[in-house]
Structures are given as C-alpha cells and as structure tokens.
Design a protein around this ligand. Structure first.
Ligand code: PMP
Length: 401
C-alpha cells in the first residue's frame, strides 16, 4: 500500500493528450491537427531564422545566466508593451501600463487570475463558449468563479453576436470579460471592428473589466498592428484592462515560455502599485521568469533589421496557413456532392478551423482516417500541408455524412 493510494488517475489533457495519441499511432497516414503549433510544408517543426540569429548574437556576447528580477527583463517588458499598444500610445507615454514578464501566455493568464482572486474577491470571469480549454482550468485553480457568454452559433458557423452582448450585459457588474484579441481559439471567428465597439460599449456600461488574451499577435493577419487593433480600441477609450501575451506562436518560442501580463491603468501611480503586487504574487509561485526567450524577443524587437526580418517570416507563416485553408476549401467544394456550404472555412482566421464536426464525427476522423484532432471539431491548419488537403477533405466528408 501507498500513502498515495487515494490519488486517482487524472484524465489526459484534451489538447496535449491528442499529441500523445498521435505519437502512439503507427499508421503512416497519421496527421496531427490537435495542438496549435506551426509546421513547415514538410510538416516539420520550424525555428525562425530570426530567432537563430538572435541566439547567435547572445552567444557571441557571452551573456550570463544570472537571475532576472521578479518582473523579468526590463528591455523585454518595454518591448512587449510597445509591440502590443504601439510605442506612441498614451498608455505607454504616460507610464500607465504595469507589465510583468510571465511564463508564456498560460503563466501570464494564471498570474492575472491570482491577482483577480486576491484583489477582486468574488468577482467573476466571463469566458466565451467555447474557448481555449485551459481558460477554465486556470480560473478554477486560481479560485476565480467563471461563467460563459454565448459566442459560437452552430447554425451560421459564425458569431452569436446578440447572444454575446446579452450575456455580457446580464453578468454581475464589475466582471472580468475574457476576450481573445485576435484569431479566437477554437472557432477562428473574430468580431468585426464595429462589433468590437459595441462590445466595448456594454463592458463600459456594466463597469466590467476587459481581460484580453493575445496569443496570436501577427499570426492572424500577418500584421502585428492589425492584430492588436481590438486591444488598442479599448485602450483608446481610457478603459482599465488586462492583456496576457504569448510569443509561442508568432516567434515559435513554444518551449521557451515567454510572454507577459500587462495591466493598463488610469494613472502611473496605480500602475506602480499594481506591478508591485503582481511581483508579490509571482515570487512564491516561481520566483522569477526564464531569461532566454526574453532576450530573444528584446533583441529582435529592439533591432530594426531583425524586426523587419521577423515580420517577413511571420507573413510567410500566416501566408502558408492561408494557402492551406484555401486548398482545403477548394478540395471540399470539389469533392462534396451534398451541397453543403463550406465558405465558413474561408471566413475563419488564424491557425485553426472549427469544422463543426461533433464528437462522434471527430472519433471517425481519428479511428478511421488517423486524423488526430480535439473532440470539439477544431483542426490546426498549421499542422496541415497542401499535399494532405485532398486526404483531409475525404476524411471530413466521410465523417460528416
Ligand atoms: N491563449 C490561447 C487562446 C491559446 O491558444 C494559447 C496557446 N494554445 C495560449 C493562450 C497560451 O499558450 P502559451 O502558454 O504556450 O503561450
């Protein structure tokens, strides 16, 4: 017997568990469309050339491995806030942003959730239905109660805008409304600029606090500025808000765990105090963040040549995904004789496509066709290449009908 006999087996993670199942499969046709990680046209992991250059620079300079301060690398924190809001934004100029380097997007969200739990006890988080699966875990573990607002409308395979607005309106005043800054995960459906304005209206009306999750800046449209438009629109209204950032996708730094939490406040004085409390929360959790990814980002964003090389590589990655999206749509239209309207695939943006396949149908995708994907019907187009589009559309059509 063990003192740990009471520990039951945890279920596999719905997203990372897909990768484990994929690895275990011996079928040569297998395709991993589960995790959102960029692959080349040869379906291999990709390290950006600009990242390799930045790493070489770091080696040449013989940089040390001393601890970072609790809040992370100062040059990174400056660069990441400027990338998000634009260097000329009043929130930056007036030093109204508290920025703390986090353990990528997840760790930054988790730190913010701990902050909400401590300083806004009982306040509710509102998350979209559906959302990235880990959001619920994060708020649960931080002890922040949450509820869902309507987002996806299966009838139109589009945004349930009326439902979204109604649910945000109905939530208790002062709730934290989690919004995906761009490339909503898993649906790939974003509000239009006009809809963002109306979302901001109700949030202001209800004294809610917007909490943006920006995991795909530059990766959705290929433009860093265009993908930050939603956040900037809210900041321009003078609202206080939170923004978690991640460099996993746009710089391919998945395993470096580099991101940040930014809190925009109405005064620089409040920003100083909020930052001090974020540091206080971080210290007993992980003490201080890792340096490697922070230096990479700071080097790239701080050097005009590397910065423009990064933008070009990001456009290349976003472009490859758009090509695959188009090819998948074309082959579905060419092969499917049922008259189904597949245009939703082209309307979605970012790394994913939300196919509308239900749980049984996704099981057919995996069991019969060896296409590994999450049970919510999401496929990562970043894990697909042009050569496999025909095969995938056969699998989708077979599973639908
Ligand atoms: N938020 C969303 C919506 C995501 O899709 C992801 C990545 N899958 C993250 C946050 C965080 O990822 P990471 O912790 O690797 O930055």
């Amino acid at each position: 017997t063990s003192r740990f006999d009471g520990v039951t087996m945890a279920p596999p993670d719905p997203i990372l568990g897909v990768s484990e199942a994929f690895k275990a499969s011996t079928n040569e046709k297998k395709l991993n469309l589960g995790v959102g990680a960029y692959r080349t046209e040869e379906l291999q992991p990709y390290v950006l050339t600009v990242v390799k250059k930045a790493e070489n620079l770091m080696l040449q300079r013989g940089e040390n491995k001393e601890y970072l301060p609790i809040e992370g690398l100062a040059a990174f924190n400056q660069a990441t806030a400027e990338l998000l809001f634009g260097a000329d934004n009043p929130v930056i100029k007036e030093q109204r942003v508290a920025t703390v380097q986090g353990l990528s997007g997840t760790g930054s969200l988790r730190l913010a959730a701990a902050f909400i739990e401590r300083y806004f006890p009982g306040a509710k988080a509102l998350i979209s239905s559906p959302t990235w699966g880990n959001h619920k875990n994060i708020f649960n573990d931080a002890g922040v109660p949450w509820s869902e607002y309507r987002y996806y409308d299966p009838k139109t395979v589009g945004l349930d805008f009326e439902g979204m607005i109604a649910d945000i309106k109905a939530a208790p005043e002062g709730s934290f409304v989690l919004l995906h800054g761009c490339a909503h995960n898993p649906t790939g459906i974003d509000p239009t600029p006009d809809q963002w304005e109306k979302i901001a209206d109700v949030i202001q009306e209800k004294n809610h606090i917007p909490f943006f999750d920006v995991a795909y800046q530059g990766f959705a449209s290929g433009s860093l500025d265009a993908d930050a438009a939603s956040v900037r629109l809210f900041a321009a209204r003078g609202m206080e808000l939170l923004v978690a950032q991640s460099y996993s996708k746009n710089l391919g730094l998945y395993a470096e765990r580099i991101g940040a939490i930014n809190v925009v406040l109405t005064s620089s004085d409040t920003a100083v105090r909020v930052k001090s409390q974020l540091k206080r929360l971080a210290r007993p959790m992980y003490s201080n963040p890792p340096i490697h990814g922070a230096k990479i980002v700071a080097n790239i964003v701080g050097d005009p040549t590397l910065f423009s090389e990064w933008k070009a590589e990001m456009e290349m990655m976003a472009g490859r995904i758009k090509n695959v999206r188009q090819k998948l749509f074309d082959s579905l239209c060419a092969k499917d004789k049922s008259g189904k309207d597949w245009s939703f695939i082209l309307k979605q943006i970012g790394m994913f496509s939300f196919t509308g396949l239900n749980k049984t149908q996704t099981e057919n995708m995996t069991n019969k066709w060896h296409v590994f994907m999450t049970k919510d019907g999401r496929i990562s187009l970043a894990g697909l290449n042009l050569a496999k589009c025909e095969y995938l559309s056969d699998a989708i059509i077979d599973s639908y009908h």
